[in-house]
Design a protein around this ligand. Structure first.
Ligand SMILES: [Zn+2]
Length: 309
């Protein structure tokens, strides 16, 4: 008993002597969540994502190195809506960190409070390709959804670290304000293309399309998580040609060849856009991610950028 008390005093003393020590060690499933957590946490938080921006967030290999990376985390922020369900249920228990297990105070579901799109009605079937059984989990492509996340994280961080609560709240407010200003800029940039149709590799642009008034014409993959086959692609190319749809969007971790081939056959262009922060150069945080996505998409829709490859 005594020994424990002495040890505790020693540890407290060490922490007090190191002012640069972060108050909360945060780990996340997604780079976007780490980015928001860093804005909200400021100097009191170090945030790190397990999935890197250029990796498919649905399918992250549940390596021991990931478990080790969150061994000493104080907070774990999951994307929720089962986006990380293929790997997190292995990685979390594997970390042997009691502070961040599902259901504890240190576990955060970032989708809480977000208005979920494509929520299935009736019974959910986990049939072939159904990797969005709770609704579409790609809400982090809506700038406004990230404001919800920021406010949520400020509450959680305050609960776990009450002395810095006022700062977390102020940081979240500043984040929301910057997001509102940025959103107005992005909306202006995409305004000329309102109602334009696009094809995306995966069904990950529903929130983005909803926010910016774009029409999702179809996907390169026939079903979420199922790779395209030649027959499906040629049907898609014909449909695109008939409706004069010219733009195909894919991510760094998806099949660029299939996307380019489809665009070429439809007489259009395929562009690579990072949907997660850090997925491509110049997209290090959530703001620059949207900056690059919006300008790339506007360029493609204007018909002036890219061209047939
Ligand atoms: Zn998905």
């Amino acid at each position: 008993m005594y020994r424990i008390r002495i040890l505790a005093m020693l540890v407290t003393g060490l922490l007090a002597a190191a002012p640069a020590f972060a108050d909360l060690k945060v780990a996340t499933s997604l780079t976007d969540l780490a980015s928001v957590a860093q804005f909200v946490g400021g100097k009191h938080v170090t945030a790190q994502s397990l999935c890197r921006g250029f990796e498919d967030p649905h399918f992250v290999p549940a390596k021991p190195s990931l478990m080790k990376a969150i061994q000493h985390a104080d907070v774990y922020i999951s994307t929720g809506l089962e986006l990380d369900n293929g790997w997190l249920p292995l990685v979390l228990p594997g970390s042997r960190n009691p502070k961040i297990q599902h259901g504890t105070k240190g576990f955060v579901d970032a989708s809480e409070g977000v208005q979920v799109l494509e929520k299935p009605t009736g019974t959910v079937s986990r049939a072939e390709g159904d990797i969005h059984p709770l609704g579409n989990p790609h809400y982090y492509l809506d700038p406004k959804a990230l404001e919800v996340v920021a406010d949520h994280l400020a509450d959680k961080f305050s609960e776990l670290d009450p002395p810095n609560a006022a700062e977390y709240k102020a940081n979240a407010k500043a984040f929301d304000e910057r997001m509102e200003t940025s959103l107005a800029k992005w909306q202006k940039e995409l305004e000329p293309y309102k109602g334009a149709s696009i094809v995306t590799y995966h069904k990950n642009f529903v929130y983005f399309a909803d926010r910016f008034g774009l029409n999702l014409f179809g996907t390169v993959e026939p079903k979420p998580g199922i790779p395209p086959n030649p027959r499906y692609l040629s049907e898609q190319a014909d449909a695109m040609k008939k409706s004069n749809v010219k733009v195909v969007i894919y991510q760094p971790y998806y099949n660029a060849d299939a996307s380019n081939d489809l665009a070429k056959r439809a007489g259009g262009v395929a562009v690579e856009i990072a949907t997660e922060a850090g997925g491509m150069p110049g997209t290090d945080d959530v703001f620059s991610k949207f900056d690059v996505a919006v300008s790339t998409l506007a360029g493609a829709l204007s018909g002036k950028s890219g061209g047939a490859r």
